[in-house]
Write a protein that binds this ligand. Structure first.
Ligand code: ADP
Ligand code: MG
Length: 695
């Protein structure tokens, strides 16, 4: 029987329950979903490179014969293979291998390998390249078109995914199949000279052999623009619709509670900055209305957003309502709980905590307390909007570090607060400063407040840039600082796309530092640890039971340990500006002057030099964000790329920004004239985004 786009993936050849499951994790249920599962990038395997001409940080195909293969027993067992092709030699390095793989690399055997070239200790290297034995006299043909790389999940390899999608692509042209409707009005398609949807989809999955490689690699090919336009349109429509829907609801009026507010300010332990007061006023104004607030609070790292949230939470509590504050990690939720308990304790307000970590019994009792409806503040993670949690009386929702959450997670919590037609107010906080132009499109549904002043007496971190070769001096500085009861971070950021390799790098660094600094108490956090273990380590660090914390970028968001005043960031040349800025924001929070040491590997690219100069010379998040937008594009500025949780499948706001005015106009037009199409575009691009953002 012929396949239909609506058929379940299980109707494809070779798809059993286990593969269906894995596809399900990628939100792929039907053949249509497979077709809309778009490549995140392409690899060029159409040409082979001479080994003597390789440059670091390129991904290439090479061919050569094995000179030698040996297992090295260093800190980690490693299979090292050297292959050469007459123009030069390169090392292949494997950390995971078995006996038969080892035997495979027999001397003089001829291989074709694909992988990323990197600078090794002695020569260029590839780590875990894909290797294939070939016959040099009659080699397999090279790929005749670019190889798409898809978002995937554990246990589902690219070739498998590619084959599946290839099976489906012909259906796009089949006449017996329900066509995929093209929602972009023909007038606009003509104006932008965009190809049809079917053509675009099949081209993107299987670029023809003569496709313009650079356009595809850059993401500027007309077929990519076609899909990016529709995706941007979907986002814009959903944001505008959200705003309209929000405004159609009623909300409780929560006037400023003057007396309590004064007591809070007196007990908080510092004077609010002018910016904090101004923003609190703006929020007070919204909360006093009978329409739900939907406000984004932007404030640089350390600008004191938590105190603002606390001040306005009082409006709700005093008016007899509940407040829910959602943070992206247990770590942050815990930190908020401690602050709020301290600030609200004196006012006799209840602070509850709801995270995935609670024991059953405790969880049940907390949920019962919430269900009771008495005014309180509930701090938590996404556990806050699980099915069995009910808020009879929710007046305000606060979402911290919002870029870690999807719009839909935020909405799930908001919906929990429904009381008839009435909905809670929402305050959404982010430490990622966003240039105005970008904010308009990324947050078309929000009003925006900005905390543009840091609390007084903050001493910006002194930032120095140091070549990796001087690592010994850096280690000595840590020893010295910790001997003076300061604390330090050592950050090993993403050196690869895999968090496994990142965790491995951090683990290796820990071993190294343990050896070099036996007198120090050193801890480790990375993304492969459970929330519970991460949290335990952070607690010890924050209680000064640890001197030095080796970490991956998991510590980037929100962590506040004022006594930590030294930070080392490895591979700084590979990080974007916003990320460096966020990381550096972890120090400079206490009374001592802080230092941030950026270690880099030579030689530096021009962009990397520029970036390191900017980060050394300025500490203003907005200036950094503008530069970042110029240098690297909005993925970074919006903080999506760095969490691996890009909101977009194919669009890229920096690259595609010239589409935005037309996207906005088209969105308005469709909302006015074609509500049915609006729903369907949103459904096509956004229904699966709900759990996509990795919290
Ligand atoms: P962020 O905006 O990054 O979330 P936090 O809310 O964590 O910043 O605040 C950073 C630190 O500054 C906290 O230790 C907080 O108690 C402190 N803080 C906040 N506001 C002020 C202020 N007006 N004066 C002094 N310290 C403040
Ligand atoms: Mg914060």
């Amino acid at each position: 029987m012929a396949l239909d786009l609506n058929d379940a993936v299980a109707s494809l050849r070779g798809v059993g329950p286990s593969l269906s499951d894995k596809l399900g994790r990628l939100h792929i249920a039907s053949i249509r979903d497979l077709l809309f599962h778009l490549p995140i990038r392409y690899q060029d395997r159409t040409r082979k490179s001479a080994i003597g001409s390789l440059l670091p940080r390129t991904e290439v195909v090479i061919e050569g014969s094995v000179d030698l293969a040996q297992v090295m027993f260093g800190r980690r067992r490693t299979l090292v293979v050297r292959i050469s092709d007459g123009t030069g030699a390169i090392i292949l390095r494997f950390f995971h291998f078995n006996r038969s793989q080892q035997i495979r690399f027999a001397k003089d055997r001829y291989f074709r390998c694909y992988g990323e070239v990197r600078r090794g200790q002695q020569s260029l290297e590839m780590i875990h390249p894909e290797c294939q034995i070939i016959d040099p006299d009659s080699p397999l043909p090279l790929a005749d078109s670019l190889t798409p790389i898809y978002p995937s999940t554990e246990g589902l390899h690219q070739p498998r995914l590619r084959k599946l999608i290839e099976q489906c692509v012909p259906l796009l042209h089949s006449t017996t199949v329900n066509a995929i409707p093209d929602f972009i009005p023909p007038r606009i398609r003509d104006q932008l000279k965009l190809p049809s949807l079917e053509y675009a989809l099949s081209y993107i999955h299987r670029p023809p052999a003569d496709a313009p490689v650079h356009e595809l690699l850059d993401g500027t090919h007309p077929t990519q623009r076609r899909l990016a336009f529709e995706e941007l349109l979907a986002h814009q429509l959903s944001l505008k619709q959200l705003r309209n829907q929000t405004r159609a609801h009623a909300a409780p009026k929560l006037p400023r509670p003057d007396g309590i507010r004064r007591r809070f300010e007196a007990g908080v332990g510092f004077d609010l900055t002018g910016a904090q007061q101004r923003v609190i006023d703006e929020i007070d104004g919204d909360l006093a209305q009978a329409m739900p607030m939907l406000r984004l609070l932007q404030g640089d790292v350390g600008s004191g957003k938590t105190a603002v949230a606390a001040a306005v939470a009082l409006n709700a509590i005093v008016a007899g309502y509940q407040v829910a504050l959602m943070a992206p990690t247990e770590l942050l939720a815990d930190q908020h709980r401690r602050n709020f308990e301290r600030w609200f304790g004196e006012l006799d307000f209840t602070v509850l905590m709801l995270t995935g970590r609670l024991a059953q019994k405790q969880r049940r009792s907390t949920i019962a307390q919430i269900a009771d409806g008495a005014p309180c503040l509930v701090v938590g993670t996404h556990a806050l909007f699980q099915d069995d949690v009910a808020y009879p009386n929710l007046g305000l929702v606060v979402v911290d570090e919002q870029h870690r959450f999807g719009v839909h997670q935020r909405l799930a919590l908001w919906d929990k607060g429904a009381i008839g037609a009435s909905r809670p107010h929402q305050l959404i906080m982010t430490a990622t400063p966003i240039p105005r132009t970008l904010a308009m499109t990324a947050y078309a549904d929000l009003d925006v407040s900005v905390l543009d002043e840091l609390p007084p007496n903050r001493k910006p971190a002194r930032t120095v840039v140091i070549p990796d070769a001087r690592r010994g001096e850096v280690i000595e500085r840590i020893a010295h600082a910790c001997a003076n009861s300061r604390q330090a971070y050592w950050v090993c950021p993403l050196i690869d796309e895999s968090d496994l390799l990142e965790a491995t790098a951090a683990t290796d660094t820990l071993a190294l530092l343990n050896e070099a600094l036996p007198q120090l108490r050193i801890g480790l956090v990375h993304g492969r640890m459970s929330e519970k273990d991460k949290s335990a380590v952070m607690h010890s660090f924050s209680a000064h039971e640890l001197d030095l914390l080796v970490a991956t970028t998991v510590i980037e968001v929100g962590v506040d340990v004022p006594n930590a005043s030294l930070m080392v960031i490895e591979n700084a040349e590979r990080l974007g500006l916003s990320q460096l800025h966020q990381l550096r924001g972890r120090v400079g929070r206490g009374a001592a002057t802080s230092d941030c040491l950026l270690l880099y590997k030579t030689p530096l690219s021009e962009t990397a030099k520029h970036r390191l100069r900017v980060i050394r010379e300025t500490t203003d998040g907005f200036v950094i964000a503008e530069r970042d937008l110029q240098l690297r594009g909005p993925g970074e500025v919006l903080g999506t790329k760095q969490t691996g949780a890009s909101e977009y499948r194919i669009a890229d706001i920096a690259r595609d920004h010239e589409l935005l005015p037309l996207v906005q106009r088209t969105a308005d037009e469709l909302l006015r004239a074609e509500p049915d199409i609006v729903e369907r575009i949103i459904e096509r691009w956004l229904t699966d985004r709900i759990e996509y953002v990795n919290v």
